[in-house]
Ligand binder design. Structure first.
Ligand SMILES: *[C@@H]1O[C@H](CO)[C@@H](O)[C@H](O)[C@H]1NC(C)=O
Ligand SMILES: *[C@@H]1O[C@H](CO)[C@@H](O)[C@H](O)[C@H]1NC(C)=O
Ligand SMILES: *[C@@H]1O[C@H](CO)[C@@H](O)[C@H](O)[C@H]1NC(C)=O
Ligand SMILES: *[C@@H]1O[C@H](CO)[C@@H](O)[C@H](O)[C@H]1NC(C)=O
Ligand SMILES: *[C@@H]1O[C@H](CO)[C@@H](O)[C@H](O)[C@H]1NC(C)=O
Length: 353
């Protein structure tokens, strides 16, 4: 039995929309895909490392936030605004601290389901409603914020990092996040169950799973199964493509139609747990969705009129209209319009560096 909507089984690179932007997006995607396929040589760690970044965190020039990032201006709702940063710009100590908080939230010695398992289950429960429709961005915004808040109870200094996978968009498997060691997330799954073998998550058993083949008594592991047999992944997208789509999107619906398909590709080609309704079992889920959440903020900021800070439209998955006053499903008291500006609601209070 599969719980997955069609999109989880087949990467949807096609943008389902007629009109000039749809064609532009499809054409750009096609060109990039071809370019990616032609240009794809043996993946070496430094092939597509952007200037100024290395895959080796021993380089301390990566250690801190960009010096020119302005301190966020407090708002009435948010006397203090936290800054979520790119995981590839955090130093080893900072990454370890985040992962230590994650490991305490999902303590393998705790009785299950633990607090983290409940979060995972919440995503599983609402999975079918929150994809392929307008709610994807506000729903995941509140969801990953709840995770971050749970981490901050454990360690108030932690903020949720984001994973800008477009930095290694053509060769996703070369992303530094897949390194082993206690300060990274580990690599591709191995063995009959595709268990993640190394990194900070390797020994964390998974409570909710769709894997039915584990021998009795054996705790299910966190799984990844990169979608190419040789341990590489399908080509994702580079920053230049993502930015072009952001610029081309004139309204929320266009933004959603441009960004949801590349978002799927990350889930489907990493696969394993990431390709199921229990995707948050993989901590990379939260970093991936933080990046998607950042793109929503970036897109809002691109329009100088400010109107995007209250804009929400399009359809729910069942075809009924979406409205800014919709309650975010699973969060009884929160309307979509209350979370569009991440600095206007005391529940949020963050920006992205
Ligand atoms: C891995 O396999 C894909 C096709 O499935 C191929 O395009 C790619 O070149 C291979 N990479 C390596 C390093 O063998
Ligand atoms: C760190 O990386 C920068 C930029 O690539 C380089 O200029 C610098 O020499 C590196 N430092 C060390 C200690 O490797
Ligand atoms: C990172 O740098 C350290 C110290 O220079 C070195 O020992 C290690 O092998 C490097 N790791 C990678 C993945 O290049
Ligand atoms: C890592 O960054 C923190 C600031 O968040 C800083 O205090 C620490 O010295 C840095 N560590 C290294 C090894 O650069
Ligand atoms: C979004 O923009 C497109 C292209 O201009 C238009 O066809 C569509 O009706 C707009 N949708 C909304 C909800 O404004």
């Amino acid at each position: 039995m599969s719980y997955l909507p069609t999109a989880w089984n087949a990467p949807r690179l096609t943008v389902h929309r007629a009109g000039r932007w749809g064609l532009t997006i499809a054409a750009v995607g096609f060109v990039l895909l071809i370019f990616g396929l032609l240009g794809r040589g043996p993946p070496t760690a430094h092939n597509f490392t952007p200037a100024g970044l290395t895959d080796n965190d021993s380089n301390s020039s990566l250690s801190s936030m960009p010096a020119d990032f302005p301190a966020p201006t407090p708002t009435a709702a948010c006397p203090r605004i936290r800054i979520r940063r790119s995981i590839t710009r955090m130093n080893s100590t900072e990454r370890r601290r985040f992962l230590a908080a994650h490991r305490r939230l999902n303590d393998p010695r705790s009785s299950r389901p633990n607090r983290f398992d409940h979060l995972v289950a919440h995503h599983g429960q609402h999975h079918d409603f929150i994809h392929e429709g307008a709610p994807i961005f506000p729903w995941h915004r509140v969801f990953i914020r709840d995770y971050e808040a749970a981490l901050q109870v454990i360690d108030p200094a932690v903020t949720l990092p984001y994973w800008d996978w477009s930095e290694h968009g053509l060769y996703p498997e070369t992303s530094p996040v897949f390194q082993g060691g206690s300060d990274w997330f580990g690599g591709n799954g191995a063995g009959p169950h595709h268990c993640v073998p190394d990194g900070a998550l390797a020994d964390l058993p998974v409570f909710y799973t769709e894997e039915k083949t584990f021998p009795a008594g054996q705790a299910p592991c966190l799984r990844r199964q990169f979608d190419k047999a040789n341990g590489t992944m399908s080509t994702w997208f580079e920053d230049v493509a993502i930015r072009r789509w952001l610029r081309a999107a004139d309204n929320y619906t266009e933004f959603r139609e441009a960004i949801e398909p590349p978002h799927w590709l990350v889930h489907t080609s990493l696969a394993g747990d990431m390709n199921t309704r229990y995707a948050p079992n993989d901590a990379l889920f939260f970093l991936h969705h933080a990046y998607i959440d950042k793109l929503w903020n970036d897109w809002m900021a691109m329009d100088p009129s400010g109107k995007r800070y209250s804009e929400y439209n399009g359809q729910l998955k069942d075809g009924s209209p979406a409205a800014p006053t919709d309650i975010i499903r699973g969060y009884d008291q929160i309307r979509v319009v209350d979370v569009i500006d991440s600095t206007a609601n005391p529940r949020l209070c963050y920006v992205y560096a």
